[in-house]
Design a protein around this ligand. Structure first.
Ligand SMILES: NCc1[nH]cc(CCC(=O)O)c1CC(=O)O
Length: 309
């Protein structure tokens, strides 16, 4: 029996999404044995330094060790949250497959009486560590207080039991994949909070010369998700921004037309530049790159430079 080793971070969410991937792969390849190998990343080892590393523009905080294991054939397929993958792909490795996206949106989880973003009382305290969520929240409701909240999904939900936060914001997909969908109080409308590029989608990474691994992974590829997230990630790359920038992007597909929305904000939410474009999904990469160029000209460069510090 042929055997494929699938590598992932060891967090509850990473394991939940990897088990989902393996279950889907098993449906397509019933004769193949799949093993799951967890790998500790710099992000897991040293959460405290996350902020400073990110500020220095360290890319691939959650992926480096996993990519090393892949390159050294200790694993055959790596499962990542697409949102955490740098837009530049390392030599010798490729994204072989993007499975179907769950939900791209952000979710609000609130205490009693704190279940809707628009209805939160003046000065309500919202927990998030994302510069994107913070900037867009402040733009929507400058009265809200954004309070730093780090950690994995369980840690963040547990923090809501304490006095520091009235509500927290997380990716809906993380809750859904962790079977915590019932904790979602509001799926936040993307006209208020545009999701991160690639949010809610996974990426299966392989060695570029591993035809078998590529074929196995590709069996669960979803073309619509690929087109949408390619447009979103090319927008991010075209801005010259990383995952730590206050940038949102979301593409939708309807009647064969891809619509891409992109937002770039000042860190304090005092300014948000919004743009959108439409076209043939086959041109998804160009649509993303062109929207980035347009918005850089409209003043997004200054915002991105400022966010970089
Ligand atoms: N930055 C951490 C991270 N990476 C992917 C997800 C959620 C799952 C996804 O977006 O696919 C999360 C947690 C969060 O943003 O709440």
């Amino acid at each position: 029996m042929r055997s494929i080793t699938v590598g992932t971070r060891g967090s509850a969410l990473a394991l939940a999404q990897t088990r989902w991937v393996v279950a889907r792969l098993k449906e397509e390849w019933p004769e193949t044995e799949f093993r799951i190998q967890t790998i500790l990343t710099k992000g897991d080892r040293n959460r405290a330094s996350l902020e400073s590393m990110a500020a220095q523009g360290d890319k691939g905080f959650w992926v480096k060790e996993i990519e090393d294991a892949l390159a050294q054939s200790r694993i055959d397929i790596a499962v990542h949250s697409l949102k955490d993958l740098p837009t530049e792909q390392p030599e010798g490795l490729e994204i072989a497959s993007i499975p179907q996206r769950v939900d791209a949106r952000d979710a609000l989880v609130g205490k009693e009486g704190m279940k809707k973003l628009a209805e939160l009382p003046q000065g309500a305290r919202i927990g998030t560590s994302s510069v994107r969520r913070k900037a867009f929240l402040k733009a929507f409701r400058p009265d809200l207080e954004v309070v730093e909240l780090r950690g994995n999904v369980d840690t963040r939900l547990a923090a809501l039991a304490g006095p520091e936060y009235d509500a927290i914001i997380l990716a809906a997909a993380g809750l859904i994949r962790s079977e915590l969908r019932n904790r979602i109080d509001e799926l936040i409308d993307p006209t208020i909070l545009l999701p991160a590029p690639g949010q809610g989608a996974l990426a299966l990474e392989t060695r570029s010369d591993d035809d078998l691994g590529i074929e196995v992974a590709y069996a669960i590829h979803d073309l619509a998700t690929d087109d949408r997230t390619t447009a979103e990630r090319e927008f991010l790359a075209g801005l010259g921004a990383g995952c730590m920038a206050p940038v949102g992007a979301m593409a939708t597909l309807k009647s064969g037309v891809l619509t891409l929305q992109g937002w770039v904000a000042a860190l304090d939410g005092s300014k948000v530049i919004q743009g959108s474009t439409q076209g043939d999904p086959a041109e998804c990469a160009d649509l993303g790159a062109e929207l980035a160029q347009d918005m850089l000209k409209q003043g997004a460069s200054a915002l991105i430079d400022a966010a970089r510090g």
